[in-house]
Write a protein that binds this ligand. Sequence first.
Ligand SMILES: Nc1ncnc2c1ncn2[C@@H]1O[C@H](COP(=O)(O)OP(=O)(O)OP(=O)(O)O)[C@@H](O)[C@H]1O
Ligand SMILES: [Mg+2]
Length: 501
Amino acid sequence: MGEVFLELKGIKKSFDGVYALKGVNLTVKKGEVHCLAGVNGCGKSTLIKVISGVHAANEGEVYIDGKEMKNFSPMDAIRQGVQVIYQDFAVFPNLTVAENIAMNRNMESSNKLINWKESKKIATEAMAKIGAHMDLDLLVEQLSVANKQMVAICRAILGEAKLLILDEPTTALTAKEVDKLFTIIKNLKEKGIAIVIVTHKIDEVYDIADKLTIIRNGENVASGDIKDFDQPAFVKYMTGRDIVKTNFRPTEIGEEILKVENLTRKGVFNNINFRLQKGEVLGITGLLGSGRGEIGDALFGIAPANSGDIYLHGKKIGIKNIGDAVKHKIAYVPEDRLTQGLFLERSIADNTVAASIKYYFAKGMLQFKEMIDSSDNWIKDLNIVAKSSRPPVKTLSGGNQQKVVIAKWLNTKPELLILNGPTVGVDIGAKSDIHGILHRLAGEGVGIIIISDDLSELVENCNRIIVVNNGKIQAEMNSSDTDEAKLSELLNGKAEQEASR
Ligand SMILES: Nc1ncnc2c1ncn2[C@@H]1O[C@H](COP(=O)(O)OP(=O)(O)OP(=O)(O)O)[C@@H](O)[C@H]1O
Ligand SMILES: [Mg+2]
């Protein structure tokens, strides 16, 4: 591995007097993939924003390619060879795909008039690199989360990067897309480019990283070669505790909570049938585009089914819109939390009670103290890193924002709780806490459906799993009869066979 490309010494950064970084050191060499790890809110994204000139550190030194950087802007960092894929992707919703991808290039050439043809050419080149296909003229706001992530990746790999920083780049990607991204990363590494990656998916760390720096609470706790850290040690350094995997296998299955009969949304899913009983957690999985998420959307009335029946506690109910679903005490943690889930400018408390505000009226008045109490309790239960319930949600770290969405829906005291990708972007400790809460709720009689492509999450937390393929139920199984490898084969093997036909 080559010489040092990035060196941080004693970086401190505070927000409103609270230190998010308390003197962090980081050394990254050319041609190395360096994983920056730590639980939600430990300071990873803040550190990245210091490197890329978005935040000025209060104290400490930043050296990039041998040059000490002082009072520098994001443009200065880009000129120094730093390219970043931010956690929220930082794409411009009202520009097209091509404009977004070509943006840095156009800025670098200080070309005030963006050349459309040139932008398209640049974008096509980037897409080809990663093997993605997208309509370049679409506005980015029209794209799915996965495609927004792709746009951000295309933009970053285009620039003449010497240091590529990826802040949770794979949250919305399918396994195949992750493979492609990792192949690109490996190629860049071969060319001597330094890479910093943040991810909460532990398997990915072992897949791609050479070096590891672990941060806890704004301070370094460990660093070194990845091969010197086994998984339990890694997890312990991050969270400060041991996380034990437990498989949720309820012994007592009670009366039926939900029954879905022949549920169909034309062109999306067909004749879906399943039941969910008291004490159970049901998993629904499938590839992106299989219809797995759309079944959740239909049960919550976001995009209702055209035909078929839904029974809740034995009573047939109609769900034509979200209002119907809420009236029937159905809650839904959506997949795209940044746009569907939160009011970023409002406080944690306001967001936590946003879907359950009716519980807080008494004598014609809103009971603010009770609202704050509920929110404080969720902060404790879900380990949300926040000073109190009062700061706006936008000041929270990415993973902690996700936890607020979960709190918001848990706080509605649902009878049926559907979670779409509930722990994407959440650290391994919090993930285990959230799963624990779901097991408890199932035990209390709440119907729970987890829609996910995180196969270990499904096997560990659902006692039954449905696999959706092409809008149809392809298989239904007890989790004790399957494992991740078998599920993966079922999901990907089938798809590959079909593609090669
Ligand atoms: N703009 C801001 N204003 C106030 N506080 C902030 C701001 N940005 C970050 N923080 C705080 O700094 C701390 C570190 O946040 P950061 O986003 O760096 O965490 P992270 O390690 O990236 O977490 P995650 O894994 O959840 O993305 C958190 O307590 C967060 O609330
Ligand atoms: Mg972050």
